[in-house]
Design a protein around this ligand. Structure first.
Ligand SMILES: Nc1ncnc2c1ncn2[C@@H]1O[C@H](COP(=O)(O)OP(=O)(O)OP(=O)(O)O)[C@@H](O)[C@H]1O
Ligand SMILES: [Mg+2]
Length: 297
C-alpha cells in the first residue's frame, strides 16, 4: 500500500518492470477551498528547483489554475531572473512594516502572482502577536484566492527551508543523477521524516541523460527511504538535460514560453498535468501560513 488515498498529487509509481506508470485516485473530488501548497525543494543547490517551479507555475496557469508563486529563497532567490520580473519589494518589506502584503505581489506572465524573495522570515519573531496574526490573515486571503501555491525553496536543509516544506501539502524534491545531489536529496527527506512531515513527498529527477537513468536514480533513493525511514517516496517524473532550457535561462525567458515544444517543456507539462488532474488532500492541522509563522516564531 503506497500511501493514503486522499492525496492532492496523484500517486504515480512504476510497475514492477518499470514499464508504465500506474496512476490512481484521479477521480477524487476537490474538497478544499484554499490553494494546495507544493514546496519545491532539494538538498544540493543548482539542481533545477527554480526552473521547475516557474515553468510548472506557467503550465498550471495555462491550464486555468490560479497560481501563486512564492520565492522562499532567503538569500539568493532567482525566480525573478527565470521569469524576468523585477520586484522592488519582498516579504521583508512587509515584515518591517514598510509595505502592505498586496503591494509586494508581482503580476507575472499568464496571470501568475509572485511574491519575491521571502527573505528575513526570522524577523517574524520580532512582530507583535497582533502583527503576526494580521500577516497570517493577509497571507491566507491570498491563498484563498489561488488554486495552487508553489513555494520555490532555497537549497539545503536549513531550518528556514524545512519550515516551509513541513507546512506544505506536498514536497517535490528535485535531484539530479549526480551522487552528491542524490545524497543531499536524501538528507532533506530524512530531515522531513525526522520532523514528522505528514504530507506527500515525491521526487523529480532533473538533468538525467535518459529516462532509464532518471528511474534508476529515483529507485535508489526510494529504496533507501523505504528501508531506513519507512516512507514511500513517489516518482513524480523526470526532466532530461535539455540545452533549450539553458538557452532559455540565458535569455531570461521560461523554457515553456521560449521553446514550448522542447523536451524539457514537454516533461514539465506532463508534471503539471498530473498535478492538475489530481485531487486535493485534506491535510490535517493548521493552514500553511499559520504553520510557517509558528515555525519561525
Ligand atoms: N533540465 C535541464 N537541462 C539543462 N540544464 C538545466 C536543466 N535544469 C536546470 N538546468 C541548469 O541548471 C541551472 C540552475 O537551475 P535552477 O536555478 O533552476 O536551480 P536551483 O535548484 O533553483 O538553484 P538554487 O539552489 O541556486 O536555487 C539553470 O540555470 C540551467 O542552466
Ligand atoms: Mg533556485
Amino acid at each position: 500500500m503506497p500511501g493514503r488515498m486522499d492525496h492532492w498529487f496523484p500517486e504515480i509509481w512504476c510497475d514492477r518492470d518499470m514499464k508504465k506508470p500506474i496512476r490512481i485516485h484521479d477521480q477524487a473530488k476537490k474538497t478544499h477551498r484554499q490553494a494546495k501548497v507544493l514546496a519545491v525543494a532539494s538538498g544540493k543547490g543548482g539542481v533545477g528547483k527554480t526552473n521547475i517551479s516557474a515553468n510548472l507555475a506557467i503550465c498550471l496557469a495555462q491550464a486555468g489554475k490560479r497560481v501563486l508563486l512564492l520565492d522562499a529563497d532567503m538569500s539568493m532567490g532567482n525566480l525573478d531572473v527565470v521569469l524576468n520580473v523585477h520586484s522592488k519589494f519582498n516579504i521583508s518589506h512587509v515584515l518591517s512594516g514598510r509595505r502592505q502584503l498586496n503591494e509586494i505581489i508581482h503580476h507575472g506572465p499568464h496571470g501568475i502572482d509572485i511574491i519575491c524573495g521571502a527573505s528575513g522570515m526570522e524577523s517574524l519573531a520580532n512582530l507583535t502577536e497582533f502583527q503576526q496574526a494580521r500577516l497570517v490573515d493577509d497571507m491566507e486571503r491570498l491563498q484563498d484566492n489561488a488554486d495552487v501555491l508553489i513555494v520555490d525553496s532555497a537549497a539545503g536543509i536549513a531550518r528556514s527551508v524545512v519550515g516551509f516544506c513541513l507546512a506544505a501539502d506536498h514536497v517535490l524534491i528535485v535531484t539530479t543523477p549526480d551522487a552528491t545531489a542524490m545524497t543531499d536529496a536524501y538528507s532533506m527527506i530524512k530531515v522531513l521524516a525526522a520532523n514528522e512531515f505528514d504530507g506527500h513527498m515525491s521526487l523529480v529527477v532533473n538533468m538525467a541523460d535518459t529516462q532509464a537513468q532518471a528511474k534508476k536514480t529515483y529507485l535508489q533513493i526510494a529504496k533507501v527511504a523505504k528501508q531506513f525511514l519507512g516512507l514511500t517516496l513517489y516518482y513524480a517524473g523526470s526532466v532530461l538535460y535539455d540545452p533549450n532550457l539553458v538557452a532559455a535561462v540565458r535569455s531570461r525567458t521560461p523554457v515553456i514560453t521560449a521553446y514550448p515544444r522542447s523536451q524539457a517543456s514537454e516533461a514539465i507539462r506532463m508534471l503539471a498535468s498530473r498535478l492538475s488532474s489530481a485531487s486535493p488532500s485534506e491535510k490535517q492541522g493548521k493552514p500553511f501560513f499559520r504553520k510557517v509563522v509558528n515555525w519561525f516564531c
